[in-house]
Write a protein that binds this ligand. Structure first.
Ligand SMILES: C[S@@+](CC[C@H](N)C(=O)[O-])C[C@H]1O[C@@H](n2cnc3c(N)ncnc32)[C@H](O)[C@@H]1O
Ligand code: SF4
Length: 454
């Protein structure tokens, strides 16, 4: 990922148009989605002592909400656009060692003074494709995690799944294990588009998986769609959306295609092998139209990505708590943690992660202690991803008035029509919300504006 946001600003073509030439398509390359601040490229192994200190410091007073992220880095095959850490094919000996390592890592964390007596409030299993685990592996993983950390007060357990691996047996195991928010990667309901992106599922796989998910009793389900996939047309996208609306999932998440430089699709674009990709402006417009359609079907837009059927029942604690500064421990290769104002990322390959397990040590990779100012920027931008930042709350928490720190940015964004400030709340317009990740780097400290994202 990079803060330059994939050259979206330079790639601003006429709204709704398609860019055809490979040179124009190259403007679409690079990262877009901002997941945290400062950018990952600023975290270093030399700052690991800061993370060790955060772990060693007993939490004083009322601790922040606390959650777990568990990374399952296995997929059947790599999708053309994917930049997540995932090993193709899920070799069973590696999966078994990896699951052992996850439990050993949890046990090491449970002895850290900062985490003693911390109750897990939410957990998120992401990938890769977590639903590649067998029903037995799911049962053992959940039982092992519950033995090694306090899940007695857990409110939300989210689990990512893919259509073909969402079998009855696995879904029943997940339900029995307490998963109460299931998220399935659908991306698009058009076989040609799915095939072009190297997805292993087809439309009929999604239809069958959807039936099994509801029959198993999951009543809080998110479906992921992507906007601007290779080969996508207005028709294929909106036909997919209509189908999803018919199913009435509790939440629909729409990600605009980004093409980071380490993806197979990026190599194809650079090789001139990709004929048509939607411009960033076209993707923003398509997302805005999708949000409008979802609203007309009774959904409420909750962030720059997600619309929910009932905002009172279908929150997403993992995201909301994290965006408000919760402590999070990431388990597994390449996972991210945030503890007591320190960022940390685990060793980022499966072999390095497994070696740390064999050495009986935490798989520490790189870290960054945030200054007070950086903590304010982080929370300000993460709140804006949810649509609005309450600056009174941020001032109470961080002791600095955001309007003073971000006066120039707020003024400029207001003048451009992306945002409005009323009663000390900065609220993005719909046009601002659908391009929020493009706007956020303006809040970064100058030294972080032109650095790589990861
Ligand atoms: C890590 S994937 C996990 C879910 C599962 N592996 C799958 O793909 O169905 C989470 C979501 O990220 C989104 N995603 C992955 N790569 C993306 C990209 N290059 N641009 C935009 N969204 C992307 C997809 O919508 C996907 O469902
Ligand atoms: S998009 Fe999902 S299924 Fe595809 S390679 Fe990435 S993590 Fe695996």
């Amino acid at each position: 990922m990079s803060t330059e946001s994939g050259g979206q600003e330079s790639g601003a073509a006429t709204a709704g148009s398609q860019l055809n030439a490979a040179t124009a398509a190259a403007n679409l390359l690079g990262s877009y989605f901002v997941s945290t601040y400062p950018p990952f490229s600023q975290w270093t192994a030399s700052e690991l002592p800061a993370y060790r200190s955060a772990l060693a410091a007993p939490r004083a007073g009322r601790a922040a909400p606390f959650g777990l992220y568990v990374h399952i880095p296995f997929c059947v095959e790599r999708c053309q656009y994917c930049y997540y850490l995932a090993v193709d094919g899920a070799p069973q000996d590696i999966v078994a060692s990896y699951l052992d390592a996850l439990l050993a890592e949890t046990a090491l964390y449970s002895r850290a003074p900062a985490l003693l007596e911390r109750r897990v409030g939410f957990a998120y299993f992401g990938g890769g494709t977590p639903s590649l685990l067998t029903a037995n592996q799911i049962e053992e993983l959940f039982a092992g995690l519950r033995q090694r950390s306090d899940w007695s007060q857990i409110e939300e357990i989210s689990f990512e799944c893919a259509p073909r691996t969402s079998t009855r047996k696995r879904l029943a195991a997940l339900h029995a294990a307490g998963v109460n928010r299931l998220s399935m990667g659908v991306q698009q309901l058009d076989d040609q588009v799915l095939e072009r992106s190297g997805r292993v599922h087809r439309v009929d796989d999604v239809e069958r998986a959807w039936g099994r998910i509801r029959e198993t009793g999951f009543d809080n389900v998110n479906l992921d769609l992507m906007v601007g996939m290779h080969g996508e047309t207005e028709t294929s996208f909106f036909r997919s959306l209509e189908r999803v609306i018919e199913w009435a999932p509790e939440s629909v998440t729409l990600y605009q295609l980004e093409i980071p430089l380490n993806t197979p699709l990026s190599r194809d674009v650079r090789g001139g092998n990709v004929e048509e990709l939607a411009s960033w402006e076209a993707k923003h417009e398509r997302l805005a139209a999708a949000f409008e359609r979802l609203e007309s079907a009774g959904y409420t837009v909750r962030s720059g990505y997600t619309a929910v059927r009932d905002p009172n029942c279908h929150g997403f604690q993992y995201q909301e708590a994290q965006y408000a500064g919760a402590d999070l421990v990431g388990l597994g290769a390449a996972s991210f943690s945030y503890l007591g104002g320190v960022h940390h990322q685990n060793l980022a390959t499966v072999p390095a992660y497994l070696q740390a397990h064999r050495d009986q040590r935490l798989p520490l990779g790189r870290a960054h202690r945030l200054s007070r100012d950086e903590q304010l920027v982080r929370e300000m931008i993460l709140q804006l991803k949810l649509g609005a930042a309450d600056m009174s709350r941020l001032e109470r928490k961080h002791g600095i008035a955001p309007e003073r720190v971000f006066a120039a940015q707020l003024q400029q964004l207001e003048a451009e029509g992306w945002l409005q400030v009323t009663d000390r709340t900065a609220t993005l317009s719909r046009e601002g919300l659908v391009r929020v990740d493009e706007l956020l780097p303006r809040f970064y400290a100058l030294r972080h504006r032109d650095v790589r994202y990861s």
